[in-house]
Design a protein around this ligand. Structure first.
Ligand code: ADP
Length: 261
């Protein structure tokens, strides 16, 4: 019942998406139109115009980002799922990631060699990694380290019994951990809801983790979050290993302990 209730709340939240997006998008358009009209009416100096154009660029980029997130969340973009190597997929996005995250943050990627393939959309996996890392960066304003790992995990019956969020099978686990601010339990409860953000206006859309949630769910995966105030946050994304691998794979690694959600 609780799961159904949560699902109903989620659907309601999705229903509110369009209205919320329209509001945020409109605010950004007002910024763009305001500065454009100042330039057209030729108020001020060349330097003034330059700074206006920078503000227009900034607002346009935010608007484009908002729409991209919405499209992914509502899954209207073309999605192509193929058996892919999670290690290579993460490796391929590291360059872009490092540029986005900035120099204050070190990113360590420790792949487990030859994890089974996952049937997934490469762009969506990139999106998951990007969103988790951007949040990790925001949680470490003084700088720090993001640790990304991959592993093969096979929750067994006993594990599933003790961890209601899990289910048995072979999964590739992608873990993204930071040593940032961590979260209070009240915050952690709401992080997957669209438009939930604790960031100041203009900094967060509240769509990052809602997007991650939508993608993982559509891949029949699971998400687990470990977070403690002052001790950082670790997201674990479990994506089902392809069945071809499942038939031959022996369990290489078992989760033995995971803190409660
Ligand atoms: P946004 O980043 O735009 O706020 P998200 O959906 O990505 O939206 O995240 C929602 C909220 O979850 C954030 O505002 C923040 O409070 C919390 N959060 C997410 N990731 C982390 C993290 N790694 N450390 C601490 N808090 C986090």
């Amino acid at each position: 019942l609780e799961v159904q209730l949560r699902q109903a709340q989620k659907m309601e939240a999705v229903g509110q998406l369009a209205g919320g997006i329209a509001h945020d998008f409109n605010n950004l358009l007002q910024v763009i139109l305001g500065y454009t009209s100042k330039i057209i009416n030729n108020h001020g100096t060349v330097a003034d115009n330059r700074s206006r154009l920078e503000k227009i660029t900034d607002a346009s980029q935010k608007a484009a980002h908002l729409i991209k997130q919405l499209l992914i969340f509502s899954r209207r973009e073309m999605i192509a799922r193929h058996p892919i190597d999670a290690n290579k997929t993460i490796q391929d996005v590291l360059g872009l990631l490092k540029r986005t995250i900035g120099e204050q943050i070190t990113i360590n990627f420790t792949p487990t060699p030859s994890v089974p393939l996952i049937k997934a959309d490469t762009n969506q996996i990139h999106q998951i990694i990007m969103n988790l890392c951007v949040n990790a960066r925001d949680a470490m304003p003084q700088g720090g380290t993001i640790n990304i790992t991959t592993a093969l995990v096979s929750p067994d019956a006993a594990f599933v019994r003790d961890h209601p969020w899990s289910r048995p099978g072979d999964f590739v686990c992608i873990e993204v951990g930071d040593s940032g601010t961590g979260m209070q339990p009240e915050t952690r409860e709401h992080i997957f809801e669209p438009f939930f953000t604790t960031k100041e206006t203009g900094k967060g859309t509240g769509l990052g983790l809602a997007t991650v949630y939508g993608i993982v769910k559509s891949h029949n995966g699971m998400i687990h979050v470990k977070s403690h105030p002052g001790q950082g946050t670790t997201f674990q994304i479990f994506l089902p290993a392809t069945s071809a691998n499942n038939q031959h794979q022996t369990t290489e690694y078992k989760i033995t302990s995971v803190s409660a959600i």
